[in-house]
Ligand binder design. Structure first.
Ligand code: FAQ
Length: 311
């Protein structure tokens, strides 16, 4: 390896400065970034499905327009992230191919069904809440295009979390049936939301190197703890219970203790055996095939414009 280039890279990292697309970087740093950013992009795209299915069934025109905007934001995040990954030399087609062939992962959380309207609230409150906890530190990621993308994404995620909270707040203060529906959604989504932060630190093969490279700024367990601490008072304000009998304030640690998570469940979902993995992939592949004519038309249009510009 070019030792001068490596020294420059190390110095940028040590000074907490950004690595930019034209800078030299170790091949493994590049590979890790493509893996994480593309999987993040895939999560945003697949993540449109559970809530997208509720657009036509939203309980009012106002709720419907808010949900359309929210789901559209997720599409924007996905495209933004694909662009950030493309600066590392991988094409969008390659990334899409890796998603559709099952080679690339996407977040486990999107393999759970959105069964009721309250689930739309729980996804906004818990899933977007977890996404914010994970992504705010990514704004300081050492790779410039990823960190900058995260700034805008986080602003939109906080609006998403508030809209989820507000849906649950309305239900929790509604009829007994509505309150029960809100509690049921939280019961089903809380554990999987905690698993979004990834395996425990002792079982997280990528964390150490990613933290040394300042891609990740905190470990999976540190961020999970931060999330639990943030959600307890919010749940109290909502009048809903977090489904964990071991949840208790620990004065000595200054954090909430929480119960063990079902890591076999996370492994099974990542391996493709969650409740909705098959359905999510089938839907993605069909949408991609149905959209072939749009890509062809756009390419033909672009070709015509380039040739007109040239004459
Ligand atoms: N699901 O060694 P680690 C959203 C994989 S938010 C699936 O700890 P790492 C917003 C991991 O990739 C959701 N796979 O890995 C939204 C690795 O496999 P690999 C997306 C998981 O990378 C809201 C292996 O396990 N957010 O979309 C999961 O250091 C509402 C070992 O794990 C991001 O992607 C999991 N939960 O840490 C949209 C954030 N956990 O790649 C719509 C950026 C772990 O070696 C609606 N990503 N794996 O084959 C990250 O921060 C990190 O990649 C982690 C994992 C923390 C997810």
């Amino acid at each position: 390896p070019d030792t001068e280039a490596q020294a420059h890279f190390d110095a940028l990292l040590a000074a907490d400065e950004r690595i930019e697309p034209r800078d030299w970087m170790p091949a493994k740093y590049r590979k890790t970034l493509v893996r994480q950013i593309s999987q993040h992009a895939h999560s945003e795209i697949i993540g449109m499905q559970p809530e997208g299915a509720w657009i036509s069934r939203a309980p009012s025109l106002k709720r419907k327009s808010i949900l359309i905007a929210k789901v559209q934001d997720e599409a924007g995040h996905g495209l933004y992230l694909y662009s950030a990954a493309e600066t590392l030399g991988t094409t969008r087609e390659e990334m899409n191919e890796q998603l559709m062939s099952g080679k690339a992962k996407y977040s486990s959380i999107f393999n759970y069904p959105a069964l009721t309207w309250a689930d739309v609230g729980a996804i906004g409150w818990l899933v977007d809440g977890a996404a914010i906890c994970n992504q705010v530190p990514l704004c300081r990621c050492s790779y410039g295009p990823y960190g900058r993308a995260m700034v805008r994404v986080c602003k939109e995620e906080s609006f998403h979390q508030r809209q989820g909270w507000e849906i649950l707040h309305a239900l929790s203060n509604g009829t007994p049936e509505q309150k029960a529906m809100a509690q049921d959604a939280v019961n089903r989504y809380y554990g999987p939301a905690l698993q979004m932060f990834g395996p425990p630190d002792a079982d997280s093969p990528n964390s150490q190197q990613s933290m040394a490279w300042k891609i990740k700024r905190f470990s999976n367990d540190e961020l999970r703890q931060r999330f639990v601490d943030m959600m307890v008072p919010q749940a109290e304000a909502l009048g809903l219970t977090l489904p964990d009998p071991d949840l208790a304030w620990n004065e000595a640690r200054g954090h909430y203790d929480y119960g063990d998570l079902d890591w076999d469940e996370l492994k099974a979902v990542i391996a493709g055996n969650g409740p909705c993995n098959t359905q999510r992939m089938a839907h993605k592949i069909k949408a991609h095939e149905d959209g072939a004519w749009v890509r062809e038309a756009a390419a033909a249009y672009a070709r015509r414009h380039t040739s007109t510009d040239a004459t």
